[in-house]
Design a protein around this ligand. Structure first.
Ligand SMILES: [Ca+2]
Length: 125
């Protein structure tokens, strides 16, 4: 039972992460409402967003957003644009952070092809 609660809490952390557009990704997340021990969340501070460029396995901080309310449950979304020039698949995820600085495990990971390839100029005469 406890394992199930923990699993559900982790799943709830960031269900619904989505991406859109071509040079950045907009991640839409639902804040958790419980702690991993199943108790009610009362000290949510923020959601932090990360990206990584495979084959790198290191998550790079992208941006963060303050909690809607301390008990969580709100929907947050943020644009994450990788700070380096990328052409190809980029992975994104988010974590919940409480007021003590405790950071959750990773949300589900979503990936998107980021296109920073600039077209050549038109030919004019
Ligand atoms: Ca806490």
């Amino acid at each position: 039972m406890k394992k199930l609660v923990v699993l559900l809490a982790v799943i709830v952390v960031m269900l619904g992460v989505r991406v859109q557009s071509d040079t950045s990704a907009t991640l839409s997340c639902t804040e958790p409402t419980t702690n991993t021990d199943g108790s009610a969340l009362t000290d949510l501070s923020k959601t932090t967003y990360y990206y990584r460029i495979p084959p790198s396995t290191t998550w790079v901080p992208c941006t963060e957003e303050a909690a809607t309310v301390a008990v969580g449950g709100g929907n947050v979304s943020h644009v994450c644009a990788p700070s380096e020039s990328v052409n190809g698949v980029v992975e994104f995820m988010a974590r919940a952070v409480d007021m003590s600085g405790n950071e959750s495990t990773d949300s589900s990971v979503v990936s998107k092809v980021i296109d920073n390839t600039v077209p050549s100029p038109p030919s004019c005469s």
